[in-house]
Design a protein around this ligand. Structure first.
Ligand code: DX5
Ligand code: ZN
Length: 217
């Protein structure tokens, strides 16, 4: 079993001490900094946008993995590239012309990733999987941290792994929502490459240790 990459989600960080929490991630064994952008339209919550991502980028020593939970993401691709995103995830459910949007992400120098909500089947990616750098599977309904993990996700990770192998795609599988030691281990066994973790990391007294343990799960 290969070690998963870990992407702490700053949605669960202390926004009065965001610099300190980014510094913690910098010093940890995390691989990415996961930034959850929400518009209050696609999801029933509003988080933060481009200015915060820009500020995070100024002090980040890990690549920014930006998860857009917004409608019309194609209108903001250049802005997030300029803000410092290395990986940009758009939701399948928000993209009428997904192929064009994925190409735009790549043309702007970022890695392209597509996210599926819990109810969206893996098979919708069959004709685009070879163009993707990553697929993000939601293991909760997007919008909030600290929700309960949806167990159907293990099956989706296996289906996605099969699709990736069959199509000889090199895309990574990331999972987001309700990740802890138990769900994280089962996800990695099912084929997940990247684990996003928000409340499990930032709710701990020792977040660096949680990140290290998740990596060595
Ligand atoms: C949910 C976000 C997640 C969230 C995960 O819409 O996409 O990244 O921060 O939070 P936890 O790990 O607490 O479930
Ligand atoms: Zn996320």
């Amino acid at each position: 079993m290969t070690k998963p990459k870990i992407a702490p989600s700053i949605l669960a960080a202390d926004f009065n001490n965001l610099g300190r929490d980014i510094q913690m991630i910098n010093e940890s064994e995390a691989d990415f900094i996961h930034c959850d952008v929400m518009d209050g339209v696609f999801v029933p919550n509003i988080s933060f946008g481009i200015p915060i991502v820009e500020h995070v980028k100024k002090i980040a020593k890990k690549p920014l993995d930006v998860h857009l939970m917004i409608v019309n993401p194609e209108n903001y691709i250049e802005a997030f590239a300029e803000a410092g995103a290395s990986w940009l995830t758009v939701h399948y459910e928000t993209c009428l012309h997904l192929h064009r949007t994925v190409n735009q992400i790549r043309e702007n120098g970022m890695k392209a990733s597509v996210c599926l909500n819990p109810h969206t089947p893996v098979r919708v990616l069959e004709d685009i999987i070879t163009e993707l750098d990553m697929v993000l599977l939601m293991s909760v309904n997007p919008g909030f941290g600290g929700q309960e993990f949806i167990h159907h996700t293990y099956k989706k990770v296996k289906q996605l792994k099969k699709l990736i192998l069959e199509s000889k795609s090199e895309c990574l599988i990331e999972v987001d929502g309700g990740v802890n030691y138990d769900t994280g281990k089962k996800l990695v066994e099912a084929g997940a490459d990247v684990l996003v973790a928000g409340s499990f990391v930032f709710g701990s007294e020792n977040p660096k240790e949680i990140i290290r343990n998740l990596r060595n799960i």
